[in-house]
Design a protein around this ligand. Structure first.
Ligand SMILES: O=C(O)CCC(=O)C(=O)O
Ligand SMILES: [Fe+2]
Length: 341
């Protein structure tokens, strides 16, 4: 069957926007979905990439920033000079200050072109502008492909959230690793799923307001987090750290509930106490109830940065199509300056 995708104008949006629909096949069923909404001003010769496009109804809109030409060149060009770097860094530092530290803890850069190789270059460059890339496992992976590898984190062993398609389990990255936690993590969206795959982000300051002093005090005491089998030979299967802690003088959180439960399940590790269980339940209830959560779905070509000390995040479950699989590229950043500065 031959399908023609056409760009059309829709009266629901301003005349200066166009919508591209995507054809979805499920067995014998066929439907059209809104895929991208394009500002018509960027049409023409240099056809717009998905990255130049914002979804009109998405909670990420307030934190979407179109990069300047200078920053875009720095993140994408083959050759860059130290002058380019200085200018790019100044722009990114300012964006980070506004959105990561004074704002919601999330920043979505738009205006880059999609593609895996371009995405890899962009996340590495953005990471090195902010600080240093941190290895994400004992093999030293610096750019991690986040995609459905057919696994679930309820499985024992090395499976991580980034290997699965399941939703929920709001967490911080590096919950399985000893402190210091990655200060920031980045995600570049190479391919997005049609169904699911939206992110929900909850800021620790909004959670702390919902929690009692007793719960906060319990969360500041040590828990055993499962290491997901990433420990060096001979080391124990857990890392011990509090859920709420301080890093770079900032109130910080490290969390993934099932890693804590699996951590306390290892032989020789004490069971979670009633008090600890109550505190984790209260934290989960606060995460579910948090009215200030930011919910959005990355478009292909968008590069998102998250304040990983402050923000819990989790996605909605997604399902890959046989010929179109969701792929994000992720880095972890250790900031070389105190993050609060
Ligand atoms: O798939 C996503 O949108 C986020 C993945 C994630 O949070 C992770 O890999 O740690
Ligand atoms: Fe994550």
């Amino acid at each position: 069957m031959r399908i023609r995708l056409r760009r059309i104008t829709h009266p629901c949006f301003s005349a200066s926007r166009h919508i591209i629909f995507r054809a979805i096949f499920r067995g014998d069923l066929f439907r059209l979905e809104t895929f991208q909404v394009l500002p018509s001003a960027i049409e023409g010769e240099d056809a717009p990439s998905a990255s130049q496009v914002n979804s009109p109804t998405d909670g990420f809109d307030p934190v979407r920033v179109s990069v300047s030409e200078k920053l875009r060149n720095y993140l994408t060009a083959d050759d860059v000079t130290s002058a380019d770097r200085t200018a790019a860094r100044a722009e990114l530092d300012e964006l980070a200050r506004t959105h990561l530290y004074a704002g919601a803890g999330v920043l979505v850069l738009t205006g880059l072109r999609p593609g895996q190789a371009r995405g890899e270059r962009a996340v590495v460059r953005v990471t090195r502008l902010l600080g240093e890339p941190m290895p994400q496992n004992r093999e030293g992976t610096l750019v991690r492909e986040v995609r459905d590898r057919g696994a679930s984190i309820s499985q024992r062993g090395r499976v991580r959230y980034s290997d699965t398609r399941f939703g929920g389990d709001l967490h911080t990255d590096g919950a399985e690793a000893p402190l210091p936690a990655p200060d920031v993590f980045t995600l570049f969206c190479v391919r997005q799923s049609v169904d699911g795959g939206a992110l929900r982000c909850v800021h620790v300051r909004d959670l702390e307001r919902l929690l009692s002093d007793d719960v906060l005090a319990t969360l500041r005491e040590p828990f055993h987090f499962d290491r997901r089998g990433d420990q060096r030979d001979g080391a124990g299967p857990t890392t011990v750290k509090p859920v709420l802690f301080t890093q770079h003088d900032r109130p910080s959180i490290t969390y993934l509930r099932s890693y804590i439960e699996q951590g306390h399940d290892h032989p020789g590790v004490p069971d979670l106490t009633e008090r600890q269980l109550k505190a984790l339940d209260a934290l989960d209830a606060a995460v579910d109830a948090c009215a200030e959560a930011v919910v959005g779905k990355l478009n292909e070509g968008e590069l998102a940065l998250f304040d990983n000390l402050s923000v819990l995040h989790g996605r909605t479950e997604f399902q890959d199509a046989p010929d179109y699989t969701r792929l994000l590229l992720r880095t972890w950043v250790r900031r070389d300056l105190p993050a609060a500065s």
